[in-house]
Design a protein around this ligand. Structure first.
Ligand code: GLN
Length: 381
């Protein structure tokens, strides 16, 4: 039997490849983005409590109401953004699903979607599997990964259906600014272009920056699918729980696709998060927690030959290695995993043409011991 592959060029995601290599070689795994420490015992207690209580059957397709309500409240309190929990918030199985369900809802055959590279690796497959075409805008280290909106304008055509954004950004850590939102608003004014905004690192943002969602711009909210996650905020990436907030008409279409992808997401975890989020400190404290980790990692790297700009947000620090070698980043990530025992992600995998900035991405969602050990090894290079 042969399958006429829909994704002939696609292999296994880099995160699986590098984590596997790290496991095989016993390297410190700073590649795939997940914490190596546990979530709050309180959260585990809550999940256990709801399991014992019998909350083990399907949740409503759109998610349990208390979780949608607490999300609505948080979004209103923090950003003065109103979403109706009834028909504008949907709980899904992780942000990757939210992104896929959004594309499945809005992309028709031949539609174009603007993607900024470096781009998280699930974006383009989500477009293409739904019959769309990715139109690339390339951001590079030379321009500090800033968006040139005049260039974006040249990529817009009659077929442009959506623009995909990430803030804070993976892998660069960059955050959208008010100026970005204003330029974006000007660009899409009077068009039918939607925005998919991936904000999974919303609470991991540093140096007193304010998280800015496109949805916070009055001219953009009506067209934005705000996709988020509980995994990064609460150290529970394995629970695969996320959400999408969007105006009523958009949510109606979103739910049509979500219901065929997972139908509903795990029930006891939803109840646990609904309770846990009643105390805002449980998500607001995450910022300081990760800022300290970023600062320690950077501190331990002082004296190394790497160069960097401290991440603005996310739990990734990019390190430029041009003063050490000019090898391709992919080969280097593999070699250093084997030879010095530190695994990272080569940033070129986030570009369709494998553009090489000579930068590796390191995840600092790791305990201090691992971070210090990894930095010590990196300093020897
Ligand atoms: N988001 C995580 C990262 O960027 C990994 C998710 C995954 O493994 N698919 O590393």
């Amino acid at each position: 039997m042969t399958i006429n592959s829909k994704q002939p060029q696609v292999g296994t995601t880099i995160f699986t490849v590098m984590s596997q290599l790290a496991a095989e070689t016993g390297a410190l795994n700073l590649s795939q983005g997940f914490p190596n420490y546990n979530c709050s015992p309180k959260l585990i207690e809550l999940v256990n409590h709801y399991m014992q209580k019998g909350m083990n059957q399907y949740a409503p397709m759109a998610g349990i109401m208390p979780l949608r309500e607490i999300l609505a409240q948080k979004t209103a309190d923090l950003y003065n953004l109103q979403y109706n929990p009834n028909d504008e918030i949907t709980i899904v199985s992780g942000c990757t699903e939210a992104i896929y369900a959004t594309m499945a809802a809005i992309v028709n055959l031949g539609d174009e979607v603007i993607v900024f590279e470096p781009a998280y690796d699930s974006y383009v497959p989500a477009i293409e599997l739904n019959g769309g075409k990715a139109v690339y805008v390339t951001l590079t280290a030379a321009n500090d990964f800033a968006i040139d909106w005049a260039e974006v304008k040249t990529k817009i055509t009659e077929r442009t259906r959506a623009i995909m954004l990430t803030t804070p950004h993976n892998p660069t850590g960059k955050c959208l600014t008010l100026e970005d939102l204003n330029q974006l608003a000007d660009l899409v004014k009077g068009t039918d272009i939607f925005i998919m905004s991936d904000e999974v690192y919303e609470h991991i943002i540093f140096d007193s920056r304010q998280h800015l969602s496109p949805a916070m711009h009055p001219a953009l909210k009506e067209r934005t699918f705000l996709c988020g996650s509980f995994g990064k905020t609460f150290h529970t990436t394995g629970w695969k729980l996320g959400y999408c907030m969007a105006p009523k008409a958009l949510t109606a279409e979103f739910r049509k696709t979500h219901q065929w992808i997972t139908f509903a997401s795990p029930t006891p975890m939803q109840y646990a998060f609904a309770d846990f989020m009643k105390d805002p400190d449980n998500y607001l404290s995450v910022r300081a927690f990760y800022e300290e980790k970023r600062d320690k990692f950077i501190h331990w790297l002082k004296g190394s030959k790497f160069t960097w700009k401290p991440a603005e947000g996310s739990f990734f620090q990019m390190l430029s290695y041009t003063a050490i070698t000019d090898e391709p980043d992919y080969d280097l990530a593999v070699r250093w995993t084997k030879e010095i025992g530190v695994a990272s992600i080569p940033v070129s995998v986030f570009y369709h043409n494998r553009y090489d900035n000579k930068i590796l991405r390191f995840c600092f969602a790791k305990d201090d011991e691992m971070l210090e050990k990894a930095a010590e090894r990196l300093c020897r290079l």
